[in-house]
Design a protein around this ligand. Structure first.
Ligand code: S3P
Length: 172
C-alpha cells in the first residue's frame, strides 16, 4: 500500500467523502474530510465563509489544510473538495506528496445527487445545470491528471472503494 496519502479528487457529488471513509476503514488509515477541516479551522460553515470572506478566502483555507495533511505523510485518505484541483500549487502538492484518485461522475448524476442540497455555495441559485456543467468542463483536465481514474456511474460507494483498493494494490 502507498506510504503517501491517498487523495480523492472529483466534482461535487462524486462521492469522495463516502468512498473515502470506507476506503480508509479498509486500509486501516485515518480519514480526513478536507471540507470539515476547513469548517473547523474557520469556525463557520462553508456557505458563511463564501458569503462573508469570498471564494478566494475559502481557497486559501483549502490550500492551507491540504498542505497540513499532506505534509503529515502516509496512513491517511484525504477527501478533497471539488475545487481543490483549481490551484496549481495544490495540484503540484498532491502530485508530489500523494497518490491521487479521481472519482469520475457525469453531470447528470451530479444533478440528481445534489438536488435540494443547500450547502454548496457555487451551485446555489438559478441555472444550476448550466453552471455545474461549465464548472465541470473547466476542471475536467485537472481531474484527468490523477494517478488513478475511477468511473463511479452505476456503482455503489462500496464498489468504488473496492476498485480503488485494487488499483492501489496494483501500484505497489
Ligand atoms: C467546492 C466543492 C465543495 C466545497 C466547496 C467548493 C467546489 O466540496 O469544497 O463548496 O469548488 O467544487 P465537495 O466537492 O465535497 O462538495
Amino acid at each position: 500500500m502507498p506510504d503517501r496519502p491517498v487523495i480523492l479528487t472529483g466534482f461535487m457529488g462524486s462521492g469522495k467523502s463516502s468512498v473515502g471513509r470506507i476506503l480508509a476503514h479498509q486500509l486501516s488509515f485515518r480519514f480526513i474530510d478536507l471540507d470539515a477541516e476547513i469548517v473547523a479551522a474557520a469556525g463557520c460553515p462553508i456557505n458563511d465563509i463564501f458569503a462573508r470572506d469570498g471564494e478566494e478566502a475559502f481557497r486559501a483555507l483549502e490550500s492551507e489544510q491540504l498542505e497540513r495533511f499532506i505534509s503529515e505523510g502516509g496512513g491517511v485518505v484525504i477527501a478533497t473538495g471539488g475545487g481543490a484541483v483549481i490551484a496549481g500549487r495544490n495540484r503540484r502538492r498532491m502530485r508530489a506528496g500523494g497518490v491521487t484518485v479521481h472519482l469520475k461522475v457525469t453531470l447528470e448524476q451530479v444533478l440528481i445527487r445534489l438536488h435540494g442540497c443547500t450547502d454548496r455555495p457555487l451551485l446555489a441559485g438559478e441555472k444550476v445545470p448550466e453552471r455545474a456543467g461549465a464548472l465541470m468542463e473547466a476542471r475536467e483536465h485537472f481531474y484527468a491528471d490523477a494517478d488513478i481514474q475511477i468511473d463511479t456511474d452505476g456503482k455503489s460507494v462500496e464498489d468504488v472503494a473496492a476498485e480503488i483498493l485494487r488499483c492501489l494494490k496494483g501500484l505497489s
